[in-house]
Ligand binder design. Structure first.
Ligand SMILES: [Zn+2]
Length: 357
């Protein structure tokens, strides 16, 4: 009851902020991700493909199977959803990540307007890492408008979807720890089981951010016939959020959301976006990816690095803000192998790393 009341308050607060603000409550246009010879597709092409493939996906998606192989229509990619299974938790809350000095300059008008309310006052990261935590709405606008979050500063957000995987997520955390780079993990609610709780604690201890990627990852539930179902999205998001809060004994939460398949993929998400915004949850896609879930995915470390960098150069104007989509499931060995090279390359290009809040 307490949580519901708080959410109501947040919703009212959010509405009040929108009324006061002269900033549009509208949703900015989806990110463009035009197709090149390596498989990126344009937004318009995307939607056409999405419609055709949504029905296929619905058939491919078997929520009862232990390992579900489905087509990720956001990228025309195969995306594997692995329920939590065997493996070591790898809870090794150890070294601190290198903190980048990237104060967000929160006194600017835009940042005040677009600041997402905290979820019941709960953060998705530890406060000691707040200096590199950026508001999701600001980052979304920055990648859509191809602008910097701070003048003259390049900031990259490494993001991993579809965890927690009890075997491979700790391996990704090992790489991030060794490289001193923070990331944001977009996780599935059904993975927040007892065994995986130490992994959540480790993420927090090592300077990462927690984010929501639905409870079920079920395209056919969230987007029947490829069209967003606002009630289903809200229910699923709340289930995921509450599972996260429960797993962390109510100490942390998250209002950062990535639609399974990506916002750019589906039709008529305006109502779902609004429903999420009313409870203080905001979505974000990406403007770079290593295509690790693509059927024509790179097969070498160099290929993954090139995929991230070339897509950003060609289609996003070498934007100073980069959100990189990757996956941390067990099937993504090459992503773990490529991660150090991707991080090194981004540092060569003067990027520091942030997390999404
Ligand atoms: Zn996903």
């Amino acid at each position: 009851m307490k949580m519901r009341l708080c959410r109501l308050c947040l919703a009212l607060l959010g509405t009040a902020m929108l009324l006061v603000s002269c900033q549009p409550a509208r949703d900015p246009a989806p990110l463009t991700m035009p197709r090149n010879e390596q498989g990126l597709v344009s937004s318009s092409t995307h939607r056409k493909v999405s419609q055709e493939q949504a029905a296929i996906n619905a058939g491919l998606l078997d929520e009862d199977s232990s390992t579900t192989r489905q087509q990720d229509v956001s990228t025309g990619l195969g995306e594997e959803v692995r329920p939590p299974g065997v493996g070591e938790s790898g809870a090794d809350a150890g070294s601190e990540l290198i903190a980048k000095d990237s104060d967000i300059g929160g006194d600017s008008e835009i940042s005040e307007i677009t600041e997402a309310p905290e979820v019941d006052g709960l953060q998705n990261h530890k406060s000691e890492f707040a200096h590199y935590a950026y508001d999701t709405l600001r980052v979304r606008e920055a990648i859509q408008n191809q602008v910097a979050l701070e003048d003259g500063k390049r900031i990259a957000f490494l993001t991993f979807d579809d965890g927690i995987d009890s075997y491979s997520t700790p391996l990704v955390l090992d790489v991030l720890r060794d490289m001193g780079a923070p990331a944001t993990f977009f996780m599935l609610g059904h993975s927040f089981n007892e065994d995986n709780r130490p992994i959540l604690e480790r993420m927090l201890d090592e300077g990462h951010a927690l984010a929501l990627h639905s409870y079920t990852h079920s395209y056919k539930t969230l987007y029947p016939e490829g069209v967003g179902d606002a009630d289903a999205v809200l229910d699923d998001c709340l289930s995921c959020q509450e599972a996260l809060e429960e797993a962390l004994d109510g100490r942390y939460s998250s209002n950062v959301w990535r639609y399974p398949g990506g916002h750019m993929t589906w039709q008529n998400l305006e109502a779902a976006d609004a429903a999420l915004a009313e409870i203080g949850v905001h979505w974000i896609d990406w403007n770079a990816l290593n295509e690790d879930a693509n059927m024509n995915k790179p097969t070498t470390v160099e290929g993954q690095v090139e995929m991230v960098i070339e897509g950003w150069k060609r289609y996003h104007g070498e934007a100073d803000t980069m959100v990189v989509l990757m996956h941390d499931g067990g099937a993504y060995q090459l992503t773990r192998d490529s991660l150090p090279a991707i991080i090194r390359k981004l540092r060569e290009l003067d990027f520091s790393f942030g997390i999404l809040k």
